[in-house]
Design a protein around this ligand. Structure first.
Ligand SMILES: [Zn+2]
Length: 494
């Protein structure tokens, strides 16, 4: 098949065999796939050429943990404990959003991601209250901007769960009702599964760059029956499962009490219900014990690390070195825009490398092939090679970050901040050209967001006021949780 797009003369960096000064190659693309990576590929008539002289071609970055639902809240919050932030940010605390706002927030998050070289997002989206029209709006927005997405509805089935130890003891009963970090719902576990599976089936084949996965929010807000049904569904339909696991010390303290039957181990609980396998990705994984890390490695499950949001929410530092030494499969995420607050894998890679004390290769691998594997797209994305999907980010090497070019990976991870991203190709389409989106009118989107913000800010203000009464108690619960001895300290790098 004749190439439709030729990327001409880029230095092509492979995450698995990265060279300090990668060789200059042409990349031929036919429709959505790479067909050749060679020197001097002839240009057939009609093919578009992207001049990539003095550019570095990297596989499109994969954010393996992300949420589209709060992208309009970036910059709204100072650092605060995870549980306090959840009370301000998760959708069940808000009135239902307009379709226009849902579309705008998906687009603005995806646009920020694309402009920093991310071509695939694992979006764990909370649709609250549940509404198929909102799912359609999200899928359409991803189609329109040209982003690849592994989509999971973030759903739990146990309402009213306590977010922190000491919650019931400390929070006055009259203040417990309004706020939630979890879910409000009606219906049985089986009904929820039918709804999730119904949505997936309704969308199959309609969105060329979207695949579906399952997203039990956190095990603590999911019944054993629901998790077991998800495990069956994952096995039957070969679906990936994404779940927040051991994110904060509070989560961990609750797990120790809650999962008595599994020795206080969330990991053993996940294994017992049938979820801990190669299709499963733990998001965060900050507070695992060594024996749990080894169990995750043996099961072939993935961990998607989110160093930036973990620091901003005071959740700690994931044991990256221990994961690497145990052979756990690692991916990287950018998490919520209101707790990280950037859709930027360069920040994530740098923190990964610094916490792991490694030279950048493992961080770059986690951000590309590691993410691809976690998302079930190991043969499709993550490398620039014939047969793979044409998801490519081109960075300008005529930039102080890369001059002189001593070591491409190290400079990509430790020096580059996202400024050099010039062109981004997803599925063989140039979706960012010279730093601007090609498939949507950026200025119209910015104006639309400005138009929508007064309503969102009014609702946020009401939530802040309601939470103001709660916060002193949450702070006390947090301090008492910090004082607990769980036999682990995740506030040190190693
Ligand atoms: Zn998350």
């Amino acid at each position: 098949m004749n190439p439709t797009l030729i990327v001409r003369g880029a230095r092509v960096l492979d995450p698995l065999v990265p060279q300090p000064r990668p060789p200059v190659r042409d990349i031929a693309i036919s429709a959505d796939r790479i067909t050749a990576v060679e020197q001097n590929i002839p240009v057939p008539p009609g093919a578009k050429i992207v001049d990539a002289k003095d550019m570095l071609a990297i596989p499109g970055l994969v954010s393996a943990h992300y949420h589209s639902h709060d992208t309009l809240l970036k910059g709204c919050f100072a650092p605060m404990p995870l549980e306090a932030w959840l009370l301000h940010a998760v959708p069940p605390n808000y009135p239902q959003r307009s379709r226009e706002e849902v579309r705008a927030r998906v687009l603005i998050g995806a646009l920020e991601a694309l402009k920093s070289g991310i071509t695939t997002l694992q979006d764990m989206a909370t649709v609250h209250p549940f509404d198929p029209g909102e799912v359609d709006t999200i899928a359409q927005a991803y189609d329109d901007i040209g982003m690849r997405c592994v989509f999971a509805l973030q759903v739990g089935d146990v309402p009213g769960s306590r977010p922190l130890p000491f919650w019931d003891e400390l929070i006055p009963p009259e203040l417990r009702g309004g706020a939630t970090v979890t879910v409000r719902r009606g219906g049985s576990a089986r009904e929820l599964i039918e709804r999730i599976e119904g949505e997936r089936r309704r969308h199959i084949g309609r969105h060329p760059r979207m695949t579906w996965a399952l997203g039990p929010a956190t095990p603590e807000i999911c019944s054993e029956e629901y998790l077991g049904l998800l495990a069956d569904l994952s096995r039957r339909e070969n679906l990936r499962v994404f779940c927040h696991v051991y994110e904060s010390k509070g989560n961990t303290a609750i797990a120790r009490n809650h999962y008595g039957a599994d020795g206080g181990s969330l990991i053993r609980h996940l294994a017992r219900v049938g979820l801990l396998n190669e299709r499963f990705t733990l998001a965060h994984g900050v507070w695992l014990r060594q024996d749990e890390i080894e169990q995750v490695a043996r099961a072939g499950a993935h961990v998607a690390l989110n160093p930036s949001s973990n620091l901003k929410t005071g959740s700690g530092i994931a044991p990256v070195r221990a994961y690497i030494e145990a052979g756990v499969k690692l991916a990287l995420g950018t998490d919520n825009s209101s707790c990280s607050d950037a859709q930027n894998m360069f920040q994530a890679m740098k923190l990964f490398a610094l916490f792991a004390g490694e030279g950048g290769q493992k961080a770059f691998a986690a951000a590309t092939v590691g993410g691809a594997e976690a998302l079930g797209l190991a043969d499709e994305i993550g490398r620039i090679a014939p047969g793979r999907k044409a998801d490519i980010t081109l960075l300008n090497l005529r930039d102080p970050a890369f001059v002189p070019l001593n070591d491409a990976v190290r400079q990509l991870v430790f020096t580059e901040a996202g400024r050099s991203v010039r062109h981004v190709i997803v599925d063989g389409r140039l979706v960012i050209e010279d730093g601007r989106a090609t498939l949507l009118d950026e200025d119209a989107l910015y104006a639309e967001v400005e138009r929508l913000m007064p309503t969102l800010m009014r609702d946020l203000e009401a939530i802040r006021q309601r939470n103001a009464q709660l916060m002193p108690y949450v702070e006390q619960a947090h301090l008492r949780t910090m004082a607990l001895d769980l036999g682990l300290d995740r506030y040190r790098t190693h």
